[in-house]
Design a protein around this ligand. Structure first.
Ligand code: HEM
Length: 482
């Protein structure tokens, strides 16, 4: 076995003092597409300098799995950046928190709390169906007009997360909800810019409009989170657990009764607040975006939409609503969701990982502190793994007779993998399945005659989003109120 120090240096982009490889990574392409293109010159794995930081870009599944799974713990760090420090009170959350005993404990606790919502009257399924039903009613009212679905989808997904975290949800037009949408958008817009302050923290001494907006939005968010937190603390009853915040308070209080542990893991009020902030941050924009991509692709591919509806009609009919237990019966819909997650991964560069020790990837040495970007876009569009990767084809996820799901390639990781795998994967999959099946059972989505089809290129931000588009949701013939 080769020792890390016997390994080779990575192919690297030209680098200049102070600015690093910034000049070579300026491109009119979206970053993930540019990183994919650079493979032609440098191979599937290469390094570059972003300011003072050594960044390694991985574009193939073999190396990606070595980083995420085989050496998951070695690469479990996260970089600290100016923007994420503002967002997470210096990394006291899960997504941007560096690997540590506190982080490990914290993640485990949230995972356990999320798992507890499987069953019962406040089960995730019931919450999602309630929101799906309310969204379908709104779509029915707006039927004959071309509408931007985005606010409706955002409200439905936000309400699921709000119910889960705080047992509250919002009607259309609620001022607290509008405030929440506004600050979320502000955070998404400013964190997304990957601004130069993250590369050169000393730039902070100059006024920076984005940072100012970010700080302001974070402070509005924090006030709202604090209010919910204070309410929950005041009403706390160890025998009743209404939501995630109650579950976290209970875990914290049982730790405190066992006080040796608290000191070791240091779970403060800030940690719990930032966790809830994380679940909003990671849970709303991502899921909403996948729904927007799904609808956009279904408009482009009416034949796919028709097949999903035929499947829904024959397996469920119109007398009842779809439920989670129907998932196994609707392979074509599941295959479509998988294909959307492949062709437009919402998080095409995952979240950067950091090497915690000197190590290696493949035959290349990697120094402690190097940042590793897994280019999921390259994995999902690798021509060696996927036939005609830009073609939208749900059938690639079905076996030959079309009746059951298959995994055509290992080059597919929409939720990441290993110890940093998405914490909300199960929740997200339930939401995608239920929202899409409810919508398509009742409506056909299409653009009005003469209107342009949605753009499928996407714009890069915190997540890869489609451009805004308008649709008509037309009530299907044969649908009767149930
Ligand atoms: C992390 C995808 C929905 C919570 C991630 C990562 C990806 C991802 C690719 C990064 C993995 C890495 O850095 O290696 C998605 C997709 C979603 C989705 C495609 C929707 C379809 C959600 C939801 C939640 C959530 C609903 C809320 C519970 C998180 C958290 C992390 C994360 C907390 C950070 C995990 C860590 O750093 O340890 N997600 N996600 N995600 N996701 Fe999701």
């Amino acid at each position: 076995k080769q020792m890390p120090w016997k390994k080779n240096a990575l192919p690297s982009l030209p680098s200049f003092p102070v600015i690093g490889s910034l000049l070579s990574i300026q491109s009119h392409h979206l970053p993930h597409i540019h990183f994919q293109e650079l493979q032609k010159t440098y191979g599937p794995i290469y390094s570059l300098m972003m300011g003072p930081h050594n960044v390694i870009v991985v574009n193939d599944h073999q190396h990606a799995k070595e980083v995420l799974l085989k050496k998951g713990k070695t690469f479990a760090g996260r970089p600290r950046t100016v923007t994420t420090d503002i967002l997470t009170r210096d990394g006291k959350d899960i997504a941007f928190g560096d690997y540590s005993a506190t982080w490990k404990f914290h993640r485990k606790m949230v995972h356990a709390a999320l798992c507890m919502f499987g069953e019962g009257s406040s089960s995730i399924e019931k919450i999602i169906c309630r929101e799906a039903s309310s969204m379908c009613r709104t779509l029915e009212e707006l039927q004959s007009t071309a509408i931007d679905l985005a606010p409706e989808l955002t409200r439905a997904v936000t309400n699921v997360i709000c119910s889960l975290c705080f047992s509250s949800s919002y009607q259309r037009g609620d001022p607290e909800f509008e405030a929440m949408l506004k600050y979320s958008q502000g955070i998404v817009d400013t964190v997304a810019k990957d601004s130069l302050v993250d590369i050169f923290p000393w730039l902070q001494i100059f006024p920076n409009e984005d940072l100012r907006i970010l700080k302001q939005c974070v402070s509005v968010r924090d006030k709202l989170l604090q209010k919910k937190y204070d309410e929950h603390k005041a009403e706390y009853n160890k025998d009743v657990q209404r939501d995630l915040l109650d579950a976290l308070l209970r875990a914290k209080s049982s730790l405190e009764n066992n006080n040796t542990m608290t000191q070791d893991v240091g779970l403060t009020d800030d940690h719990l607040l930032m966790t809830v902030g994380d679940i909003f941050g990671a849970g709303v924009e991502t899921t909403t975006t996948v729904l927007k991509w799904s609808i956009a692709y279904l408009i482009h591919h009416p034949e796919v939409q028709k097949k999903i509806q035929d499947e829904l009609d024959s397996k469920i009919g119109m007398q009842r609503h779809p439920q989670l237990s129907d998932r196994g019966k609707l392979p074509y819909l599941e295959a479509t969701i998988r294909e959307v997650l492949r062709i437009r991964p919402v998080s095409p560069l995952l979240i950067p990982h950091v090497a915690l020790t000197n190590t290696s990837i493949g035959n290349y040495m990697v120094h402690k502190g190097a940042r590793v970007i897994i280019n999921l876009w390259s994995l999902h569009h690798d021509e060696k793994e996927w036939k005609n990767p830009e073609k939208f084809d749900p059938e690639r996820f079905l076996d030959e007779d079309g009746n059951s799901l298959s995994s055509p390639s290992a080059s597919y990781l929409p939720f990441g993998a290993g110890i940093r795998v998405c914490l909300g994967e199960a929740l997200a999959k339930m939401e995608l399945f239920l929202f899409l099946s409810w919508i398509l059972q009742r409506f056909t989505v299409e653009v009005s005659p003469g209107e342009p089809l949605p753009d499928l290129q996407g714009k890069f931000g915190v997540v890869l989003q489609p451009q805004r588009y308008k649709v008509n949701a037309r009530l299907r013939a044969g649908w009767k109120q149930i």
